[in-house]
Design a protein around this ligand. Sequence first.
Ligand SMILES: Cc1cc2nc3c(=O)[nH]c(=O)nc-3n(C[C@H](O)[C@H](O)[C@H](O)COP(=O)(O)O)c2cc1C
Length: 214
Amino acid sequence: MRATVFNGSPLMDEGNTSLILEPFIEGLREEGVAVEVFYTQRLMVNPCLGDLNCWTRTPGECVQEDDMRMLLPKIQQADIVVMAVPVYVDGMSGPMKNIVDRLVLIVEPFFEIRENHCRHPPRRGNKHSKFVLIASCGFWEMDNFDPLLTHAEAICKNVNWEYAGALLRPHGEALGYMKRKGYPVQDVLEAAKQAGKELVRNGRIGKETVQTVS
Ligand SMILES: Cc1cc2nc3c(=O)[nH]c(=O)nc-3n(C[C@H](O)[C@H](O)[C@H](O)COP(=O)(O)O)c2cc1C
């Protein structure tokens, strides 16, 4: 199995998001998954130009010569796609959203009805990838993730991915602080690793594991 993972925090490995992402990746790797990690901070992905030429003039291809050319096959052929992001003003960080917008070419410009809803058919060559959201936010209430969660589930329906679960850690600063100070947070980090293993073994992340991470 192959996983294409995005870390959407500008703080990369030093950020709060990475505290949950890293053990999750470890869990995937221990189950034999080939994981490739991309940091949006290091990528050059321009915003979508909005002309939809990737549907009409050059079907399935974007005219922009940036890192999306290298990323697209890695996304289209991944068994698992992971987006790990900090909550920024109730949504995902901007560079991550640029990548999501540029995914419009992985669907066809036609319409079909799926589950009683108008959708675009997936372009041939796309895997029906499993999708995992990992997110960290600053406030401590879980409802701070609601807009992002709704968005993630909608993205999956839009591009025909299977939503496989979310690892959400509120009060992000606290976890890093507690880890540095030696507070007992090992259960949280172990659960994040367990989540990676469960995804591979069972195709989904268990409820209890999700709760322990949060
Ligand atoms: C520009 C910006 C906007 C933010 N907006 C929110 C927000 O709307 N709600 C929230 O709970 N936290 C918000 N935060 C806090 C971050 O989500 C939080 O600190 C997170 O743990 C950062 O993850 P990172 O260290 O991996 O970048 C914001 C932080 C920044 C820098």
